[in-house]
Design a binder for this molecule. Structure first.
Ligand code: HPA
Ligand code: ZN
Length: 326
């Protein structure tokens, strides 16, 4: 097959996807209309034109603003189902999706509305496509530890629908160690743990995520490569990195795709995966990310198979389910 057809048909898991970041401008307008909310944009084109970012914070400001149209259980259902429709078209067989409850509960949306809408979208995707999914609750790291604890408490009634906790939002100045106790509490509840680290923050934050938060995966992890000991430690651990090439390009974490660290990561034996992060904002879903690194000449077809295999190996599926996909 052509390279495009090869990527399109390659079964894969997606492990780094913020569901609020899959809100396409068309759905944003539809929900604004349904909920009678005035948007600061006149058209879908105007929204897309605003998606020019020079760093993570630039993006976060507009991303939190976009999420304001999400009000009802139906909104969260529609958001999730729209993502799963796109993921299914990209041969995604399993997805572990992040959500940011604080973005919603701080606007007065009850946790139950968010949870019920997202989980009904997940159920619909499994029924329609056999696409399985898991939910990871992310704490906003620019907010304080007390707020994270309150969020964990508000999520406890829904524990059976959660697989793990994560850490996202503004990285620099908000090290993993700020959330030591809340991650300990989440671990005691039986939840898996992941954290964004080494996207804009230094290798030291990746060390903290491993040593202090005891994470099961690192989200992004790009800057780990600046530290040779950390790099070999990640390789030795078989630690999964959920890498997001188009996100890295849009947020100026890399200057051009040919400079992306994915090649070095594979050369160093790191268990890297490819993911879309916030596809509606970064110009592509997971297959666009596979195509972008392939087109830049960084990876060949064998590497693409390795990356897809890593996505199942790095998932929180049980062994029997992982083997079913390999
Ligand atoms: N980094 C940090 N926070 C985020 C991201 C990201 O890439 N996407 C959505 N929230
Ligand atoms: Zn992310």
């Amino acid at each position: 097959p052509s390279l495009d057809a090869f990527i399109a048909g390659l079964p894969k898991a997606e492990l780094h996807l913020h569901i609020e970041g899959s809100l396409e401008p068309e759905l944003m307008f539809a929900l604004a209309q349904r909920n009678r909310i005035a948007l600061p944009f006149k058209s879908v084109e105007e929204v897309r034109a605003a998606y020019e970012f020079s760093n993570l914070q630039d993006f976060l400001d507009i991303y939190y603003q976009g999420a304001d149209v999400l009000r009802t259980e139906q909104d969260f259902h529609d958001l999730a189902k729209a993502y799963f429709d796109r993921a299914h078209a990209d041969s995604v067989r399993h997805a572990e999706i992040f959500f940011d409850p604080q973005t919603h509960t701080d606007r007065g949306i009850p946790m139950s509305v968010v949870m019920d809408g997202l989980t009904s979208g997940m159920k619909a995707a499994e029924a329609e496509y056999g696409l399985t999914s898991k939910l990871i609750l992310c704490f906003l790291r620019h907010l304080d530890e007390d707020a994270a604890f309150a969020t964990l408490k508000a999520a406890e009634p829904f524990l059976d629908r959660l697989t793990g906790v994560g850490l996202d939002s503004s990285e620099v100045g908000h090290p993993p160690s700020k959330f030591t106790r809340v991650f300990d509490a989440a671990g005691a509840l039986g939840l898996k743990k992941v954290a964004h680290a080494g996207e804009e923050g230094p290798p030291e934050y990746v060390h903290e995520a491993l040593d202090i938060l005891k994470v099961d995966r690192i989200d992004h992890g790009n800057r780990s490569l600046e530290d040779a000991h950390l790099t070999s430690r990640l390789a030795r651990l078989g630690m999964t990195l959920t890498v997001c090439p188009l996100s890295n390009l849009k947020l100026c974490v890399v200057t051009d795709m040919a400079q992306h660290p994915i090649r070095t990561m594979l050369n160093k034996g790191l268990r890297a995966t490819l993911n879309s992060d916030d596809p509606a904002y970064f110009g592509g879903y997971v297959n666009d990310n596979y195509r972008a690194v392939a087109a830049s000449g960084l990876v060949d077809r064998d590497d693409l198979i390795t990356l897809a295999r890593n996505s199942f190996l790095g998932s929180f599926l049980g062994d029997a389910e992982v083997f079913r996909h390999l």
